[in-house]
Design a protein around this ligand. Structure first.
Ligand code: Q0Z
Length: 287
């Protein structure tokens, strides 16, 4: 735990602290949420897996877009980052039909103004990845918006820049993951701007909490896909008949152990590094 630093924000499973005027500390806990509820049982090392993956992707995509990473702390779960002026939109890229994109498509045949081919099935790959911005909801769910609404929030030029950058980042990571048996169905970015007005990728990048990771070996369009990381948790919760309101159930040991193993597997497949090595020296993901 950081000492004598101001706590400036809480996410469902992360905390944000101010280190000084220019730098923040983003700390990923081991908490896990499912069906939008944070469960009372933690998954050991989940925060380290997510922080390590984010740092890995920041290092690998630095030539696509500048990012807020300043340093990875030796605890493996804390990222020192540049303090930015955040843009007021969530930048989502979808390569497959899932989640709110699937709902919008079923209702209207479009997602955020992108006309799509008829008769797509749940989980189908889209002809091209699409940029589908959303508002940042303080509570509850982000709401998909049109590109005109997004342009009104950030300006037309900045929107064109974040769209092109988001698509380039997604193509890079989705190609890398596909070669390692993981489908990144969609992902969400947050961008900020630095003192010079330059666009900077912030928050987390291509973690299983900011993206849908699907195992490629069981991919079958026409149905929802199992989650690479959370499927044991979801299956267990479904088996209880829990009503999906807070508080959620405690998880039994085998669900915790199996879920931790899936997070570690995602880390090791994507980074091609052993997670044990990461725990010894987190900076290995940056090299
Ligand atoms: C990120 C969030 C979390 C609660 C603000 N580099 C940055 N500069 C300025 N602001 C942010 C960042 Cl990353 C920023 N969030 C999201 C993260 C807990 C809220 F861990 N809010």
């Amino acid at each position: 735990m950081p000492e004598a630093v101001a706590h400036i924000g809480s996410g469902k499973v992360r905390e944000l602290y101010a280190l000084d005027e220019d730098r923040l500390l983003l700390v990923a806990s081991d908490r896990i949420s499912t069906f939008d509820v944070v469960l009372p049982t933690e998954i050991p090392d989940k925060g380290r897996v997510l922080t390590g993956l984010s740092a890995f992707w920041f290092a690998r995509t630095a030539d696509v877009c500048a990012n807020h990473l300043v340093a990875l702390r030796p605890d493996g779960r804390s990222l020192e980052c540049k303090r930015l002026e955040m843009l007021p939109i969530e930048c989502v890229v979808r390569g497959y039909l899932a989640g709110s994109g699937s709902k919008d498509y079923q209702a209207t045949g479009e997602i955020c103004g992108h006309a799509l081919p008829p008769a797509l099935r749940e989980s189908d790959r889209l002809p091209e990845p699409i940029f589908t911005p959303a508002t940042k909801a303080q509570t509850g769910h982000d709401e998909n918006i049109t590109r005109d609404q997004a342009a009104a929030l950030v300006g037309a030029d900045r929107l064109a820049e974040v769209e092109a950058t988001s698509l380039a980042l997604y193509r890079f990571a989705a190609d890398h993951a596909a070669e390692r048996g993981i489908i990144i169905a969609d992902t969400k970015f947050e961008f900020g701007t630095d003192a010079e007005g330059g666009l900077v990728l912030a928050d987390e990048a291509f973690t299983p909490d900011s993206s849908r990771f699907w195992p490629a070996d069981s991919y079958e369009p026409g149905r929802g896909q199992p989650s690479f990381d959370k499927q044991f948790v979801r299956d267990y919760c479904e088996s209880l008949g829990w009503d999906k309101t807070d508080p959620g159930p405690e998880l039994p040991e085998q669900v915790v152990t199996g879920t931790r193993a899936r997070y570690v597997e995602a880390f090791e497949r994507l980074t091609e590094l052993s997670f044990g090595r990461y725990l010894e020296d987190p900076e290995t993901v940056l090299r």
